[in-house]
Design a protein around this ligand. Sequence first.
Ligand code: IVH
Length: 623
Amino acid sequence: MKKLSLSHKIIGSPPSKKFKKIKHLKPMLSLSNAFDENDMIDFISKITNFLNIKDKDVELSSEPKIDGISATLIYEKGVLNRGLSRGDGIIGEDILENLKTIKEIPKVIKDNNVPSLLEIRGEIYIGKKDFKSMKGSFANPRNAAGGSLRQKDSKATAKIPLKYFAYGFGTIQPMTFDTQIEFLEKIKKWGFSINPLCIGVKNLKEIEARHSYIDSLRASLDYDIDGLVYKVNSLKLQERLGNTSNSPRWAIAYKFSSEKAITKIKSIVIQVGRTGAITPVAKVEPVTVGGVVVSNATLHNEDEINRKDIRVGDTIQIQRAGDVIPQVISVDKSKRNQNSKKYIFPEKCLCGSITQKEINKSTKKEDAVRRCLKGYECDFIAREKLKHIVSKEAFNIDGLGKKVIDQLWDLKLIRKPSDIFSLNYEKIENLEGWGELSINNLKKAVNNSKVIDLDRFIFSIGIRHIGQENAKILAGFFKNIIKFTDLFENRDRKKTLENLIDLDGIGQIQIDSINTFFSNKKNIEITKNLIGKLKIVDFKVQSKKGKFSNKTIMFTGGFEKMSRSEAKSLVESQGGKVLGTISKKLDILVTGNSKPTKKKIENAKLLKIKIIKETEWYKILDL
Ligand code: IVH
């Protein structure tokens, strides 16, 4: 049979093959970033404030941030028997066989004192020299490492010179370590490969000195690093600090300043995002920045172009940091051609409709971003919305990445979300780059994604201003998809939206945005059709078990042993909720020794609310 031709060639890895999905013992979080000394001052003061140890030094570990692919290795009684990729941080993929091909990874730990359960986390990479001698189409060592780890046939992986550095742990039972540095030293003795540039630092001066020193070594290292990771050394303090929703409070990635290069603008085009935002992009003469050939750079928005007076033909400086899109930082006007003309920003979207700049309700100022307001009626927005729907955080459909969506869109095989669930597999199988195996995997992945939790579903439909956290809050409110569909009817919607304002975390911006989304008939039709293809699982109240399960607590006054933030996070981690005002809903008022508010204590007494003192509070916490 004749193969249908592709409108463009797929670059990078082919549609991903299927690996078994396994839940991580503990989530694999990401790190927040620091870019300069001030960000590091902020990081340290947040820690000392949280721990209520102002003006004291906190010992940190300083470690290179390896630019590779993270993986986790689980040893039971010293034997490696599970190896997972990060996946979405909650659920990883079983890539044990591929990880086992890496020589330096111990398969058995020969020591009688190894904890019975030991989970080691690390970064897999390909050395710069090895990458140069490899034949292949990958743009950089990181992508090549990622592609190699996702080979279905581990014999193919074994041929790739993969290496790794272990940098941390997930679950350890029994826990025998007190500090991060002690942990690294011990696992080195057990045969793990540890980066030799890890050391302890005590203060900002040492952090800054280390930063410039490692930055100066950067080019000579055989692996890519994009900064240094700083972690609170004491594991006890790490535990007290805990995590925010996505990253630990006890660690940060202090990035190196990004690499820069000079090039010329060939043309300026616009791109349309899934929320309708119009982003101007400079097509530039290809130039290598930090080992990667760059031919596009973002110009952010119309205001930015006007402010910098960026024109086609200009000589510009661009910078690229990590995975983010390269940016234009400055224009060299001395090199400008005399005939060059000011760039006029198009007022129309690529779909032809007029774009608008919104007025910010609180500042009354015009937004910098121009938007197309056509939603799914704009083909360019619709295509981006589909890419969002299949993404990791949404439906997480393996084998249906951005490039495949482009491919299927161009061939008109997909137009709206519900099409994902009635794909014409026969046609796809005959396309270049597809075969029986990848089609079967795709079918399975699409089928599996038909069962989806309510919060993921709400996030997936792509209502502006509704991110993952907000989607969870909304799912907690609606509980099931039937109740959620109240938003489809004008009258029910008004009533429902009035109730949303009471939700912690949902503000007027979100409410207005939900209203706008469901005021659009096409959005309702598309959402309804999608719901028809799915089994949406009711929201389960994840009431955490613990000392404060289903209890509400309020604090007044300062405590000696902990900050208010730590007290709050302790209550939340033990299943309780912290309230900001005294009401009948409150179970316990905790009064700190330092300046508690009399009025609050009086009000609590009137409502017969249980009041406890700081010392009793510590007793409850076993402190
Ligand atoms: S610690 C809770 N240490 O950076 C976060 N991560 O953005 C634990 N990485 O997913 C990460 N070198 O893949 C840590 N020395 C290092 C690292 C490192 C590279 C990667 C890792 C992680 C990502 C976080």
